[in-house]
Design a protein around this ligand. Sequence first.
Ligand code: KG4
Length: 338
Amino acid sequence: MITILGIESSCDDTAAAVIRDGILLSNVVSSQKVHESYGGVVPELASRAHQQNIIPVVHEALKLAGVDKDELSAIAFTRGPGLMGSLLVGTSFAKGFSTALQIPLVDVNHLHAHILAHFIKAEGEDKKFPAFPFLCLLVSGGNSQIVLVKSYKEMEIIGQTIDDAAGEAFDKCAKVMGLGYPGGPIVDKLAKEGDPSKFKFNKPHIQGYDYSFSGLKTSFLYLLRDEVKKNPNFIEENKKDLCASLQQTIIEVLMDKLYKAAKDLKIKDVAVAGGVSANSGLRQAFEDYRLRYGWNIYIPKFGYTTDNAAMVAISGYYKYLDNDFCSIDAAPYARLTV
Ligand code: KG4
């Protein structure tokens, strides 16, 4: 029996989860509310909140799983990328706990973990896993990548953003409309009642599978600036259509390149992961592509779109099976792509 405790603390969610023989037993996330009034994550506050949360969150995850700490086979933790102060809390805790329990440590790449979230399975759940090699569109606040996933540990980025990430485009455009933070979910909600064809924004023309979202952001900004000059109530009166048109454009940009990659590589298994994969329009686009192009699509449950430790625990589980452990002096890293 292999029982893995996963710990995630890369940004503003303190999370712990337990996976036994590939089956999820518990998944606890404590999201930090302290950042809301600042309109973004404040790194120093995040690391302090992690310090307060980590012990209760791990305790709760073990309790909910019905697992005693002495039954753990290994501790998996997010080593990076993320905020250094936040990563240090999870990393230090994992090291201390594994030393005390005299069990191995497994370091996990946060971006790999988002992708491997597709392999999380609960007891009795009937779930089809993607078949290797598959493509994963990894879209979050910090990344927009097309990843060719060859195995649990072999992943190749074949396309990525050359400037802003998709989540950033949602958040920054939401900010100029005076919507709250993070803007993505608010735009998603308002877009449901808007007309996606009302406004047209610039789309990037970039070779290969890379993305760019800064031109779209500028085009959005200029439209607002010009229209608000003529009508000061423009944003308020057109909020829903603006959100629907913005969302539609972001989705078209994401899907066009993903389609091109899938076609060129002759891959039918296509997944989506990361915070932006919660977007209802993007989820619908995947469904449309499934019907139109015969894709086998993999869309994560909402709880696995945002940061969580179940994805860290499942990544740790596969590394454990591979005897892929890390040493006690493994330092966290703030930056690294897949
Ligand atoms: O992966 P994630 O939780 O963490 C970071 O990379 O920071 O992604 C957060 C991003 C934010 O930009 C947020 O606005 C976006 O995911 N997001 C969404 C939705 N839910 C979260 N974007 C569009 N529609 C959503 N429903």
